[in-house]
Design a protein around this ligand. Structure first.
Ligand code: SF4
Length: 439
């Protein structure tokens, strides 16, 4: 046994799903008496939770591993890149341990072998809701792991396996603990949120005095009843998504849908093998907005997918002009090693063409976003405060998720705290953000 509490330095890279994995690992280690170190140098070991989705993310992960080795020397690698140990060992043969994504047990075992725990295991050191890496007033809630789809550009199913849904009562129990601990906004994440429960045949489980099915809409309704904002991420436009829109209109779930459409051209979508690929998506978006006029849709797109012609790209721009999505991100296609899209025999789009298309896409979307935001000016809306300031605080509207969407700059005479939900009169807008005052 070590005499001082052993200290771990933690680097969490990648998407919100990886962040949830990091939280679980840290919660477990804290329960065993490990402490978190602010610097690599002051720690007994470093854990790097890597992202291996794009080559650029792999490079960032390798750089983080290199820094940890230089500054500390004892490094445990986990996360998506852990599924490719050879690539890591080729660059850094002196790694203490490498474990794959969601291999919590192996990460914990690896930590034990590098530096053993030093405490009374009966002493409960962690708060009941676990350790959260996000600010206390919002938290990510992971409802499933893995994915049954096989989008040709994506290696996540290879890294994380097929869909495994958590039972509905387990998800709700975690959500309730979070809300009791002060969380005011729950961000539901997974690889494919609308597919929730398919693998467990929508199994029923007992939650308080009732039975809840492990189904997207049922779960959304229950989460929405807990009293915190509920935001749905990574939803695919399957037909049953229509059922969640009335819950948004009622105010039970935030009027926000994060749907990664990725493209609009039927030919490109087919080559991408996207789930829920429907020709009538534009009509459905229109119908959703009729039911819930306040709905904000956020999405991501890929330009320069192999075989994408100028005609396909023009089709996408035209679709964007019609769909008028509120928030949009755009990536240039990267031929991720191991992805099926590289083997389709389709012509690669030259880098300079990808760049031009990306510029044109962003220009088109910028004016759409600006128009959408302008339409909010003059309204009184609810804003959750993220960063309080002396006279102006930063917050988000129901249409903005943390990190990826815009900010509401809130002027206030009285001091505000993080997590406060206030009513704000919107006075002006720019291309990304809103500006207003507390009323
Ligand atoms: S839905 Fe497609 S892009 Fe998303 S994780 Fe599954 S395979 Fe990858």
């Amino acid at each position: 046994m070590t005499e001082h509490a052993p200290k771990i330095s933690f680097v969490s890279l990648g998407c919100p799903k990886a962040l949830v994995d990091s939280e679980r690992i840290i919660s477990h280690l804290r329960a065993e008496g490990y402490e978190l170190s602010k610097s690599h140098a002051g720690a007994d070991a470093v854990i790097v939770n890597t992202c291996g989705f794009l080559d650029s993310a792999k490079a960032e992960s390798l750089e983080a591993i290199g820094n940890a080795l230089n500054e500390n020397g004892k490094v445990i690698v986990t996360g998506c890149m852990g599924a490719e140990p050879d690539a890591i060992l080729a660059a850094y043969p002196n790694i203490s341990a490498i474990t794959g994504p969601q291999a919590y047990e192996s990460v914990i075992n690896a930590v034990h072998s590098v530096i053993s725990p030093a405490h009374d295991p009966h002493f409960d050191l962690i708060p009941p809701q676990g350790v959260k890496l996000t600010p206390r007033h919002y938290a990510y809630l992971k409802i499933s792991e893995g994915c049954n789809n096989r989008c040709t550009f994506c290696i996540i199913p290879k890294l994380r396996g097929d869909l495994i849904s958590r039972p509905a009562n387990e998800v709700l129990k975690e959500a309730e603990k979070l809300v009791k601990a002060g969380v005011r906004e729950i961000l539901v994440i997974s690889q494919d949120t609308s597919a929730y429960g398919v693998d467990i045949k929508y199994a029923e489980s007992q939650w308080n005095d009732r039975t809840v099915r492990a189904k997207f809409v049922d779960l959304a309704r229950e989460l929405g009843s807990l009293g915190a904002w509920t935001r749905l991420h990574y939803v695919y436009p399957y037909p049953h998504v229509d059922d969640v829109i009335p819950l948004m209109a009622e105010g039970l779930v935030l009027p926000y849908l994060d749907i990664p459409f990725q493209h609009a051209s039927p030919k490109v979508l087919k080559a991408m093998k996207r789930p829920g690929n429907q020709e009538k998506t534009l009509e459905r978006i229109k119908a959703w907005r009729e039911i819930c006029p306040d709905l904000a849709i956020r999405s991501t797109f890929i330009v320069g997918f192999p075989g994408e012609t100028e005609e396909d790209f023009e089709y996408l721009l035209e679709w964007m002009r019609e769909a008028k999505l509120e928030r949009v991100g755009c990536f240039k296609y990267e031929p991720v090693s191991g992805a099926v899209s590289n083997e389709l025999g389709l012509a690669q789009v030259p880098d300079e063409v990808k760049q031009q298309r990306w510029n044109r896409f962003m220009e088109t979307q910028q004016s759409i976003s600006a128009q959408r935001l302008k339409s909010r000016v003059g309204r009184r809306i609810k804003v959750i405060i993220d960063e309080p300031g002396p006279t102006v605080s930063k917050g988000r509207s129901q249409w903005d998720a943390p990190e990826i969407d815009g900010i509401v700059h809130v002027g206030s005479r009285r001091p505000l705290r993080a997590g406060d939900i206030v009513t704000v009169k919107i006075e002006r807008a720019d291309a990304y953000d809103l500006f207003g005052v507390v009323v």
